[in-house]
Design a protein around this ligand. Structure first.
Ligand code: TYD
Length: 154
C-alpha cells in the first residue's frame, strides 16, 4: 500500500467541485486516509513548488494556489501514487485525456483542479509536508476485500 498527496486546488474549491473529485477517488476504490482544508502560506508553496521557483509563472502559480483554501488529501491504495497521477492526467488541462480529472474539468495549464504526487519518494515527503502524523489514519477498509484480489493488497 502507498499513500499519496492530492491537493484540491482553488480552481476546484471555487468551482464547487470538491465532492465530485473526492467521489472519483472513492469510486475508484482508493481509501481516504486524511483530509483537511487549509489556506496555503508562501513558505509551504516555496517548498512544495521548489522545482519551479525560478519559472516566470511562479508568482502567478502562488497567487492561484492562495486564491482560496485548498483541500489536502492523503489517499491510499496499492500503487496509489501512479493510480492517482494517472487519474489526474497531464499538467495542461487542454492536453489531458478525457476521463482524467484535468481532462474532464479543466482547459488550463495552471487552473488544473488537482495536485498529485509524482513519485513514491515525493509522495512520502509531500504527505509529511501537509499532514501531521496523527492526521493520517491507517484504518482497516472492509471494502478492500472486494476491491483487491487475494494477496494483492499488501
Ligand atoms: P508541475 O510540477 O510541472 O506539474 P504537475 O502539477 O502536473 O505535477 O507544475 C506544478 C504546477 O505549476 C502545475 O500543476 C500548474 C503550474 N504550472 C503553470 O502554471 N504553468 C506551467 O507552464 C507549468 C508547467 C505548470
Amino acid at each position: 500500500m502507498e499513500t499519496t498527496l492530492v491537493l484540491l486546488k482553488p480552481s476546484c474549491v471555487q468551482r464547487q467541485l470538491i465532492g465530485e473529485i473526492v467521489n472519483r477517488f472513492e469510486r475508484r476504490g482508493l481509501r481516504i486516509s486524511g483530509m483537511k482544508m487549509m489556506q496555503l502560506s508562501d513558505e509551504i508553496l516555496r517548498e512544495h513548488y521548489a522545482h519551479l521557483v525560478d519559472k516566470p509563472f511562479f508568482p502567478g502559480l502562488c497567487a492561484s494556489m492562495q486564491a482560496s483554501p485548498v483541500v489536502a488529501m492523503a489517499i491510499s491504495g496499492v500503487e496509489a501514487v501512479q493510480v492517482v497521477r494517472t487519474m489526474a492526467g497531464v499538467t495542461n488541462g487542454r492536453q489531458a485525456a478525457p476521463g482524467t480529472i484535468r481532462g474532464d474539468y479543466s482547459v488550463s495549464n495552471q487552473q488544473n483542479i488537482v495536485h498529485a504526487s509524482d513519485s513514491v519518494e515525493n509522495a512520502a515527503i509531500e504527505v509529511a509536508r501537509f499532514f501531521r502524523p496523527e492526521e493520517v489514519f491507517d484504518y482497516e477498509s472492509g471494502a478492500f476485500a472486494y476491491i483487491y484480489g487475494a494477496g494483492e493488497c499488501k
